[in-house]
Design a binder for this molecule. Sequence first.
Ligand code: GLU
Length: 481
Amino acid sequence: MRFHMKVKTRFAPSPTGNLHLGSVRTALYSWLFARHTKGEFLLRIEDSDHDRSTHEATKEIIDSMKWLKLNWDKGPYYQTKRFDRYNKIINQMLEQGTAYKCYCSRERLENLREIKIAHRKKPRYDGLCRHSNEHHANDEPYVVRFLNPQKGYVIFEDKIRGTIKFSNEELDDFIIRRTDGSPTYNFCVVIDDWDMEITHIIRGEDHINNTPRQINMLKALGAPIPEYAHVSMILDNNGKKISKRDGAIGVMQYRDKGYLPEALLNYLVRMGWSHGDQEIFSIDEMKELFTLDDLSKSRSIFNIEKLKWLNQYYIKSMPSKYVATHLALHIHKAGYKINHGPKLIDIVELLAGRCKTLKEMAAQARVFYEDHNEFHAKAVQKYLRPIVTSQLELVRSKIEKINDWSPENIRYAIQQTAEELKMKIGKVGMPLRVAVTGSEISPSIDITVYYIGKNRSLNRIDTALDFIHACKAQPTDAKYQ
Ligand code: GLU
């Protein structure tokens, strides 16, 4: 119907809490569809509900979108800045008779509701004020209701769910302006989508019930009806919808846990959309391949292991320089002083294959920036026994003599030590590893020593030797039992 038109999509979050993954997925799909069709994507902050909207939540939405690089072409628009426009339309609708004033008291409405429920009917407004000619004083409070058609059906083709049909008999004359003069959510959305010329509304399935109301209103305004795609929910392991209430965390917390935006987006795009069996999609590929036709209506279960797997994949496969820009946050949070240690890009190259998150990477990078203040008990038991003194002393002296500081020369020093003492290389390498890192786990020892640096490595070997001597002086120490 509107294929000749430029596609315009929007992401329209309510700033009432964390931006959770379900919302981000609808943002991603709206963004991808606009990018795929060379259309436009806009951001609208639905802050019409004063009591529940917060500045922090708005900031988090914007920060999250920026971090994910879901750039918008227009906006952000704020509903709170558009109240004049909403009121203008409401007044026009009152004049045209597509909306009416309702003076029914709260008591009457509550009564009505109870009666309907008692008769197992939907608790809808009975339309008393629809055609009332009763005179009311100017200061008598009223709400404005939309005059919903009473007969017929609202039918629309959902891009994901197929034909959806609602009977008008089931729909209320819903309130579009409250007694305090503020327009209601369902009304603002309609006016915004109309004014902003949205062609495709991609949103969560929890909005399906709003759609027939919004369509009726668009029709009453003589506005075009956009296409709709209602995306299925994301469920947690217990089969419950993930949402803020269920404790699902916000996007920025995924950043803080050490995920890359590419991993999160790849994870989300595959939750509900597919292209054959392909699992890995670069952002460019997503833009090229994404269409609404391949969206699935089945609900998806959130699987953190898969997200971690993707994160590790992106940590390993994105350019180290890029990964380093994201690692910086975690290194900064850890409080390391990085001036005297390796560059972050070197850390990424060294540790990419060993970490599922950047937070883990930052933790593993500690040995390069900070001295350890204790040795892991197990490593001590196995490798820092008095018997290793000779190899530690010898390898120390060889390391000290290295002029051209390189992993090759460090490896050579270790090999020479092992040869001279007629022992396997591991008998030198492992005590050395525990001495310089405090634990028995690290990347290959030559590179580890290389990045720790000469002076630091020598100092740490000295500390380890002192530790061994101190333990020897107290033979009853539990460590040697
Ligand atoms: N503001 C709504 C929400 O955050 C979305 C409305 C819409 O997409 O139409 O759930």
